[in-house]
Ligand binder design. Sequence first.
Ligand code: TRP
Length: 335
Amino acid sequence: MDEKRKVIFSGIQPSGELTLGSYMGAIRNWVELSETYDCYYCIVDMHAITVRQNPADLRRRALSQLAQYIACGLDPAKNTLFIQSHVPAHAQLGWVLDCYTMFGELSRMTQFKDKSAKNAENINAGLFTYPALMAADILLYQTDLVPVGDDQKQHVELCRDIAIRFNGVYGDVFTLPEPFIPKTGARIMSLTTPENKMSKSDKDPGGCIYLMEKPEDVLRAFKRAKTDSDTENCVRFDPAAKPGVANLMQIYSCASGLGFEEIEREFEGRGYGDFKTKVGESVVELLRPIREKAEDLLKNKDYLASVYREGADRAAAVAARTLRKVYKKVGFVER
Ligand code: TRP
């Protein structure tokens, strides 16, 4: 235990409610990683304001996200759980890295292109430099591995390029991070448009299951889930031909622990209706303890405050070391 453990950093924006996709694709793996790594899991509220947010909702969601992290099994004693805006070093290093990130690089980011198309009335500078702030998040903790979904790989690679550029000028300041796509990471798709990732900012709420959603709503959403337009009416894992069914199988497999063949066998000769009900029920049972625990935690604001304060203290101590080094390297006068 004495040797230095590798560092993991990841974060989710409180720009929407956490979804079944956030759990099955990310948080569930984070819990496992906390056994072997030194883990920082952040609520990235500063990233969230690159798109206009209602202040009361943002505040409520950040707290609720913390409660849900804990309810999903992230132990605050074993992980550093914190809120990005509580550690000013993120903004401070973010600015420095802005000056080591090229306009051309930022212009190539697919997320920027997507988001600016969707928010044509608010293409602000923060949305553009978002990846430099994300690089600051990662580099402050001398992170080795960044568990992210496919859509964030490009940002982690840019972070690495920024770190290489900075180290090239000033010597070894930053550990070079790598994206870490866990083997078991399930990519959960929308229930209504299974070509798209299940997203907390989904325009079609029926496509998305929230971790805090009531059981009856979860069941209803699964009953309405899109299966496939083929006439086969048979539960078979074939993502290309049957994306809706494959997604439901993926979800059921995560919730039940069963493999795809076992699932195919279970539903042999039965229609999609039965299948969807069963998947819905398994998700209800999976989410029940998480929702109940999170609801309990949300009644205890003092406890949550103690968690985010302690997390911010721990994070700030580590971040300060990196920031001090960076300030010195770039030539700021020491105070
Ligand atoms: N950009 C990430 C997303 O939208 C969130 C994020 C911000 C992040 N900072 C990070 C993820 C640092 C990993 C590491 O999903």
